[in-house]
Ligand binder design. Structure first.
Ligand code: SAM
Ligand code: SF4
Length: 342
């Protein structure tokens, strides 16, 4: 079955935030006024967080409608207990072809093998600096060595290809763009450069630190040859193969992605829905439109009723966001990214 929205886009991908809690406080994502840690002290009350059973029921309903790819995200998904059980359950659902996870990597080293055994296909790891002290500053306390150990463990567990998400910010880490490309060539990780998006916590940072994808690309091209790759029809990233210009280090070829959420809308290629940890289904990251599924899932509504709500969200999916029109208020931004799964 194929799920198509009112603008002819095929909707086959769902991002599921399994928690709004996180063990880090990245400067662009989460205010440090939200306490970190377990489910007792986050923004969403513990009894409003969907259980694994409820998430599985949702995925079952969505996959029967045409959803084929699932990404688990957060907050930090690895802080939620027994994530393996959810992974195993989702992989057993008919029609789910790909199950991935986005993580900050802090807890990955100890968990990668079990995640792979449970059926996880691959991971995206967020990493905004290759300098340990700078990484700790951006994440407000993250340990760079944990991420490196997480990358190695993910590789050993076959969670490939590993993609590293990097958000370049002027004056903070933009001097590392080329170093990240080199790191990708050396390690075989695909580097994805993501344009900084405005949220409630980063208005000042956004106005001083935003770097558009054209500038990111221009800087990379000073040292590397880029050749566009057509990896996927849908999705927000433009991919390129990347090779050092002749005579320059490192030798070899890698793959990078550039995600232009702001300057070059990827809305015409948008293939996704987002489910928040408390059961709100959002058809667009930058819109307030949402359909509440919590009640239906908690009261064990029938598959047909859950599917009706999913179809309602698809029907409400806007043609495009309007952030770059300077219309943030109307568009639903700024918001806290950790609550929506990025
Ligand atoms: N905690 C996990 C992590 O950091 O990978 C998963 C959740 S995080 C919200 C998902 C992705 O969103 C991360 O790669 C992060 O860098 C990105 N992100 C968060 N806030 C962002 C912002 N304001 N602009 C661009 N990317 C952002
Ligand atoms: Fe946590 Fe991920 Fe947000 Fe960083 S980007 S604060 S790791 S949810």
């Amino acid at each position: 079955m194929q799920l198509t929205d009112n603008f002819g886009r095929s909707i086959d991908y769902i991002r599921i935030s399994v928690t709004d809690r996180c063990n880090l406080r990245c400067v662009y994502c989460m205010p440090d006024t939200i306490k970190s840690g377990c489910h007792q002290d986050g923004k969403i009350a513990i009894d409003s967080i969907l259980t694994y059973e409820e998430i599985l029921r949702f995925v079952e309903a969505a996959s029967a409608l045409g959803i084929k790819k699932v990404r688990l995200t957060g907050g930090e998904p690895l802080v939620r207990n027994a994530l393996n059980e959810l992974i195993r359950g989702i992989k057993a659902i008919d029609g789910i072809e790909e199950l991935t996870l986005t993580t900050n990597g802090q807890l990955l080293a100890a968990m990668a093998a079990q995640l792979g055994e449970a059926g996880l296909d691959r991971v995206n790891i967020s990493l905004d600096s290759l300098m340990p002290h700078r990484y700790a500053e951006i994440t407000k306390g993250g340990d760079f060595n944990n991420v490196m150990a997480g990358i190695s463990a993910a590789e050993a567990a076959g969670l490939l290809p590993i993609k590293l998400n990097m958000v370049p910010m002027a004056g903070i880490n933009d001097d590392e763009i080329e170093a990240f490309v080199s790191f990708g060539i050396k390690t075989g990780c695909q580097i994805r450069f993501i344009e900084l998006m405005p949220t409630v916590v980063n208005e000042h940072l956004f106005s001083s630190g935003f770097i558009g994808s054209d500038e990111i690309k221009r800087r990379i091209e000073m040292k590397f040859e880029l050749v566009p790759l057509k990896l996927r029809k849908y999705g927000p990233a433009r991919y390129f193969s990347v090779t050092s210009r002749s005579g320059l280090e490192p030798h070899g070829t890698g793959v990078i992605g550039i995600i232009s959420a702001i300057t070059c809308r990827f809305c015409p290629q948008c293939n996704r829905l987002r489910l928040t940890a408390d059961g709100r289904l959002r058809p667009c990251l930058y819109s307030n439109i949402e359909v509440g599924l919590f009640e239906a899932l908690r009261t064990k509504a029938s598959m047909e009723e859950i599917q009706k709500l999913i179809l309602q969200a698809v029907d409400l999916k806007p043609e495009r966001h309007n952030i770059s029109d300077g219309n943030e208020e109307k568009s639903g931004a700024p918001f806290i990214m950790s609550g929506l799964g990025g």
